[in-house]
Write a protein that binds this ligand. Sequence first.
Ligand code: BDR
Ligand code: CA
Length: 314
Amino acid sequence: MIKRNIIIDCDPGIDDVVALCFMFANEDKFNILGITTVAGNQTIENVTNNALGLMSFLNKDIKIARGAKGPLLREKRPASNVHGANGVGDYQFPQTKELYSDNAVTFLRDTIMSADDKVTLIPVGPLTNIALLIKTFPEVISKIELLSIMGGATIGGNATPTAEFNIWADPEAARIVFDSKIPIVMSGLNVTHSTGLYRNDVDELMKSTGKVTKMCGEIMNFYFKGDHVKKGTFSPIHDACAIMYLIHPELYEFRHMPVKVDCSEELSRGNTVCDVREWFDYDETYPKVLTCVDLEKFRDILLEDLYRLDKMYK
Ligand code: BDR
Ligand code: CA
């Protein structure tokens, strides 16, 4: 099996941490070329510490590059209400690993251009780093295989009634990315609200004696306290969706359609306007928007893989 070259651009973030663990459980399918961080769920200092902390916890020597401190134009507004003051629900990771680069954009350029083959980027935070990369080093565009993005929604939002957090956090960056013509798969809230775990799953994870699953249970328990959770019974793990698609695309239904980002200062700022009108037939040059997922299979695979990762730490 040919391994896919990947770089994940993230803002850990509770669901980012679970997604990263899921990625490591599937390391046999990926060449993980690095992790870049971006301010989003928390400050750039906190999210970078969390990425380094997780690598220390998992004892992984993955290159980590620190990215943008905030959005292109607006002030940053961390999601402490969802992810806690340190970004991972107050969980304390060990800190034994060091930053590889303090410039995510040049790290991305250098890594993509020197890779043996095309690279898939997995942006699961605000799109600031990716927009800066595209504008500063457009030569990377032809070497990017795919952007598997967690962000947006075909309808609705979570940061506001009309905007999903990652897009709302930096709409101007998101517009640059969605207008770039790079192949995109969009995991929006319309699917990620069905990609997650039940309250009972998290209770079981918390009782686990496995290193990874117990940690995931503890941080997910914090996540469950947020008001984004459906009546306390099910919680999305948004960011894992963008990785799951790369491993199990058969779990999803999708349609290609134009996606335009609203950068106005009006009520719908940060909205991803998706042309879902069924009587238009858009070809594959338009973003592939995931429209439906098999929730139970997603949950089964995610849990199985997290428990499998435990076995590497026995
Ligand atoms: C997205 O926003 C963040 O809070 C999560 O980590 C995820 O990337 C969901 O809207
Ligand atoms: Ca995230």
